[in-house]
Design a protein around this ligand. Sequence first.
Ligand code: DLL
Length: 435
Amino acid sequence: MQNYYQKEIETMPVEEMKQLQSEKLVKQVKHVYENVPYYRDLMDKKGVTPDDIKGIDDLHKLPFLTKADLRDAYPYGLLAKPLSDCVRIQSTSGTTGRRVVAFYTQNDVDLWEDCCARAIVAAGGTNEDVCQVAYGYGLFTGGPGLNGGSHKVGCLTLPMSSGNTERQIQFMTDLSATILCCTPSYAAYIGETLQEKGLGPDDIPLKAGIFGAEPWTEEMRRNIENTLGIKAYDIYGLTETSGPGVAFECSEQTGMHINEDHFLAEIIDPDTGEVLPEGSKGELVFTSLDKEAFPLLRYRTRDICVLSRKKCSCGRTLIKMAKPMGRSDDMMIIRGVNVFPSQIETVLLNEGYQPNYQIVVDRKGNTDTFDVNVEMNADQFTDTVSGVTAKEKALANAMKTMLGINPAVHLVAPKSIVRSEGKAVRVIDKRKLHD
Ligand code: DLL
């Protein structure tokens, strides 16, 4: 039997859903136009007013928002409610320019948690379950989002946060956790640790996992399902639109249902911005229909994806997105953290190096390796080995401060990184993250 958290919405006939989206869009555009001067300017420049938006068929008339807009408007420029109405912020890692700071009213938090609750129920969760949340807590949206969803479903919630794998396993077994929420790479790592302890799927009570925040393959899914003895469900989201729960997988496991009563999805050609028909591969764009404090209209996610309205055996009518198939920018996700090559470049320049570097990312076992090769300047080249090691350490520390994760920095001889005649090849990603 299928369970739904909000059945009426999740199984709503498509035409009714479109009607609902249209009504919400009209209201939302007015709200943004009246309260966000930054977006009003963009609309004025495009010659479009709220009166031009009569429903979702007019969506294409609105201007896009990009990460660059978020940067320009940082920190309050896209806020649509007084700060006194906001109760929360969440954020991505990164320095000021790259950091996304999202604001929430109590209503925004509530709807976000509903989205996560839908995901937990779709994975079979009920108030009989014990839900172990091993996403990071704090500014990152993973922990708080799934924590809130778990409460709404009525699960007994274990707010573990990530890390301390021994303790994770102890709580999981002692308190009979039945649902695990974390990144897929951490789930795989927990599985590996269990195996090292000689424990198998029958020794742990887990039945389902809700994994997302980074790309993962079907092969990885099978591996996690076998080592933990669970069914592994994908979950997608981004800080800009609230966090996890924008889309979630159901028992069919053929893509993620988008919570389209809250998030209106489009696929566009990343080069031209043209809206593409359903089934085309392109960049995913979201319009948040209900968000009060930080309501982004036509936000370009940079995730490359395909949408489908094929009938789903779970009974949900919500449109589905495929697993993201890559990005239309240069963002990498390393150990769950979003990393841009330009952040590395900034550190190098700050520390007195030239931007001659190469990032090498790989996966050993289930953990990402992250190496940065940096050319020494000619005057540094004569340094002693211990001097070089100290410099590498200092650079790695500076990068850790910028990114939140620790790379292995290797200083290499001047001119030893191959120069490119075209675009510099800054990143060598050896992980096979997409099927
Ligand atoms: O990763 C929110 C989240 C937390 C999602 C927990 C799922 C679970 P950000 O840190 O802002 O937010 O990163 C957003 O991560 O644009 C995608 O590129 C990527 N991403 C998120 N979920 C998935 C997924 C959170 N299931 C960026 N598969 C997004 C592939 C994903 N990539």
